[in-house]
Write a protein that binds this ligand. Structure first.
Ligand SMILES: Cc1cc2nc3c(=O)[nH]c(=O)nc-3n(C[C@H](O)[C@H](O)[C@H](O)COP(=O)(O)OP(=O)(O)OC[C@H]3O[C@@H](n4cnc5c(N)ncnc54)[C@H](O)[C@@H]3O)c2cc1C
Length: 373
């Protein structure tokens, strides 16, 4: 769906919609607007905004955090740079993804689509995938409707006071927060700003992905196929007359589009991304938490990036809620979140290692070798 809209007026309308969500007209920007009073608690000067929770990002982890924080009654601001949404090929999700969305209060009957899935030539019953632009839009819209306020800005530096993070400095002034949640994805803004330690759990890995228009006979109209080979894998998802593909090489080669799509017209241009497995520690500290890819990830073969983004965003906001209860176990809540996050990524990495082994995919150049980056 997303991809078929690329270049069309419907797609442009979506971009306009997503980039204007939660925007406050310039004349009202610093003043407290009635509809955003919940999020914008103080505007003592035009340059300072105060909130309980400031969330960096507008992806799945950020929206899940915002939805949870507003449900806990916390005044919530989301901050992300104003960038057009990049059309993204379909991504696979586990069968329970719709329930994961429902747990954060988002219901959508047709967002997750089921395809006929086969892995390594063996058919399995279910394979699910989602339209990324539609997912991000749905979540962001729900977050803003729930009371989160969206600022289209780039954070410039964290506010550090007596070893505590108290918000961020940005071009529009200061945003003071009682808890900052970084969900800036691979930008990992807070990790970089604080110089936190990141551990590589695999060799650096590069994935290529793209999308073409057409139907591949071996996939059919709604097929999904995961094809392993000794030095990587290829994932193909057919939907709406399009084929979304992802290729990963584990031997250091730069992946290319699969030969079977080479002659079909591109609807999303091939792009490359670093997808090596990694984990930041800690992902929580005094006044801050990190969620989603910004804290850790495995490569897309795990099919867990989106679910983990939702789960960690929601959990980070819960931990923020505990930290803000005043007498609550502030340090304990932070440390419980940090342990939970590390355990989740470590377990994912162990599961994917086993799956690679079962499929005969070699990660043998640097299997699960831990290196500080
Ligand atoms: C090639 C590839 C294929 C994938 N396939 C799958 C798949 O099939 N299934 C699956 O589950 N997962 C897949 N993933 C992983 C999945 O896309 C991510 O795990 C997921 O997007 C993480 O969500 P997030 O909210 O943490 O980060 P993102 O979705 O990356 O969102 C980060 C947000 O932060 C914003 N931002 C950036 N910099 C800043 C900043 N300085 N300040 C504030 N905001 C900022 C960005 O604009 C963005 O909105 C794939 C990833 C890749 C690269």
């Amino acid at each position: 769906m997303t991809e078929s809209l690329k270049g069309s007026s419907a797609f442009d309308a979506r971009l306009t919609e997503i980039t204007s969500i939660g925007r406050v007209p310039a004349s009202r920007t610093p003043r407290k607007a009635a509809s955003s009073a919940k999020a914008d608690q103080t505007s003592a000067t035009d340059q300072v905004q105060c909130c309980d929770v400031l969330i960096l990002g507008r992806g799945p982890a950020a929206s899940a955090a915002a939805l949870t924080a507003t449900r806990l009654g916390l005044s919530t601001v989301m901050m992300a740079p104003r960038r057009p949404i990049v059309p993204t090929p379909a991504e696979m999700v586990p069968a329970g993804f719709t329930s994961a969305l429902a747990r954060i209060g988002v219901r959508h009957r047709s967002l997750c689509r089921q395809g006929h899935f086969s892995a390594a030539g063996r058919d399995t019953l279910a394979g699910w995938h989602v339209d990324r632009v539609q997912l991000d839009l749905l979540l962001l819209r729900a977050a803003v409707r729930s009371g989160a306020r969206l600022r289209h800005e780039m954070p410039e530096a964290p506010i550090q006071e007596n070893g505590r993070i108290g918000g961020v400095v940005c071009a529009g002034g200061l945003v003071r927060s009682r808890v900052l949640i970084d969900a800036s994805g691979s930008a990992a803004w807070l990790r970089r700003s604080l110089g936190l330690r990141r551990t590589a759990l695999s060799d650096p890995l590069i994935a290529a992905r793209g999308q073409v228009r057409g139907v591949l006979p071996f996939l059919g109209a709604d097929g999904m196929r995961f094809t392993p080979h000794p030095s990587g894998w290829t994932l193909m998802i057919a939907h709406d007359g399009l084929v979304s593909w992802t290729v990963l090489c584990t031997d250091g080669q730069h992946p290319e589009a699969p030969g079977s799509v080479a002659l079909l017209p591109e609807t999303i241009r091939t792009s490359h991304a670093a997808v090596g497995w990694q984990l930041t520690r800690p992902v929580a500290g005094d006044g801050w938490l990190i969620a989603g890819d910004a804290g850790g990830r495995i490569d897309p073969a795990g099919g867990s990036g989106l679910s983990d983004a939702l789960a960690s965003g929601a959990r980070a906001a819960h931990a923020a809620g505990l930290c803000l209860q005043g007498d609550g176990p502030t340090a304990a809540a932070r440390s419980a979140y940090d342990d939970w996050f590390a355990e989740m990524i470590t377990q994912r990495a162990a599961e994917l290692s086993r799956r690679y082994e079962a499929h005969g995919i070699r990660l043998d150049r640097h299997p699960m070798r831990r290196r500080a980056a």
